[in-house]
Design a protein around this ligand. Structure first.
Ligand code: ARG
Length: 285
C-alpha cells in the first residue's frame, strides 16, 4: 500500500560556517563621480554616519565568529570601501580585478597586493571584471554576471584562474549593474543543506532567467521593491544573513526558510549603489 506523505517540506536546520572576510574602512568614502544610476554627486555623504555604519557591519561579522581582515584605504579612491570588487578568491587562488572605469582602476593593484601578501596566488586579469561584484561562489561553481561591469571573456578567464566551472548570467537593468545587487547566495551547498539563492528576475535577460529557474527551482524570488533597497546585496554564513534593514519582505522570506536575517543600516552606501555584500570580500577556502 502506498502511503501519501502530506507533511510540509521540512525547513532545513541552517548551519553557519566560519568565514574569512576582507573589508576596507570608509576613510575616503564619498560620491565624487557617478558611474552607476544610484550615484548623484549633488547628494552629500555623511562621513561620520558612514563610518559608524561600516563599524556595525564589521562588528556584526566579528560577533558571529568570522575573521575580518582589513586592507589599507587609499586616498583618492572613494569607492574602495566596496571591497567585494577587488577580486575573486576560491581555494587559495585569486583572480584579480580590472575595473571598468578609470575612477576605480587604481584599486585593483591595492587589493592584489593585499591578497598576495596574505599568501594567495593572484592571477592577473586580461579582461575587465569587478571581482565579487560579478562573481559569486556557490559550492563548486561560480555564478557570473556580465552586461555592465564585467566582460563575458572574463568569465572564462575566471574559470581558469580559480579552476571552477562558471555559469554566465546576463544583466539587463542598469539599476542592477553588478550580479551582487541582483542575486544573493544564501547557502553554498557545502554543508548539509542544498545550495540556495535569492534573486530578482527582472535584472536578468530572459535566457538567464531560464537558467536560474532551471538551476534553482526553489530560489527565493525577491520583489523589485526589495531589490531597489539593495536587499539582495546580502552576506550569508549559511545561517545568519546580513542584509539592508529596508528589505523587510526579503527578511521575512529568509526567516520562513530557517535563516536568521540580521538587518544592517547602510543607507549612506546606498548613495553610491552599494550595501552589505559590496562592503565585503569573502575569501572562500
Ligand atoms: N560606487 C561603486 C561603483 O559603482 C559601487 C560598487 C558596489 N559594489 C558591488 N559589489 N556591487 O563601482
Amino acid at each position: 500500500m502506498t502511503v501519501l506523505d502530506t507533511r510540509p517540506a521540512p525547513v532545513h536546520a541552517r548551519e553557519s560556517r566560519p568565514r574569512h572576510y576582507l573589508m576596507c574602512a570608509p576613510t575616503h568614502f564619498a560620491v565624487t563621480y557617478a558611474i552607476n544610476p544610484w550615484m548623484d554627486i549633488s547628494t552629500p555623504v555623511d562621513a561620520e554616519r558612514a563610518r559608524l555604519q561600516w563599524e556595525v557591519l564589521r562588528n556584526t561579522y566579528l560577533s558571529l565568529g568570522h575573521r575580518v581582515d582589513v586592507v589599507e584605504p587609499m586616498s583618492g579612491q572613494p569607492d574602495m570601501v566596496f571591497a567585494a570588487n577587488g577580486g575573486l578568491t576560491v581555494g587559495g587562488r585569486s583572480y584579480g580585478a580590472k575595473f571598468r572605469f578609470a575612477e576605480r582602476a587604481a584599486e585593483a593593484a591595492a587589493f592584489a597586493t593585499w591578497l598576495r601578501g596574505s599568501g594567495l596566488t593572484v592571477v592577473e586579469p586580461e579582461h575587465i571584471n569587478e571581482g565579487e561584484g560579478d562573481f559569486l561562489a556557490l559550492g563548486s561553481m561560480i555564478l557570473a554576471g556580465a552586461g555592465f561591469r564585467t566582460d563575458l571573456a572574463a568569465h572564462i578567464e575566471a574559470a581558469n584562474a580559480v579552476d571552477r566551472p562558471v555559469v554566465s548570467l546576463e544583466l539587463v537593468d542598469p539599476r542592477f549593474y553588478h550580479l551582487d545587487v541582483a542575486l544573493a547566495v544564501l547557502d553554498d551547498g557545502n554543508g548539509s543543506a542544498p545550495a540556495e539563492i535569492a534573486y530578482y528576475p527582472g535584472a536578468f535577460s530572459p535566457h538567464s532567467q531560464r537558467t536560474l529557474r532551471d538551476l534553482f527551482p526553489d530560489a527565493i524570488i525577491c520583489s523589485e521593491a526589495d531589490a531597489l533597497v539593495l536587499g539582495l546585496n546580502a552576506v550569508s554564513d549559511g545561517h545568519h544573513v546580513a542584509l539592508p534593514t529596508e528589505a523587510r519582505d526579503l527578511a521575512d522570506a529568509l526567516r520562513s526558510r530557517g535563516y536568521l536575517p540580521i538587518p544592517i543600516e547602510l543607507d549612506e552606501y546606498m548613495k553610491s549603489g552599494g550595501s552589505v555584500k559590496c562592503c565585503t570580500m569573502e575569501l572562500h577556502s
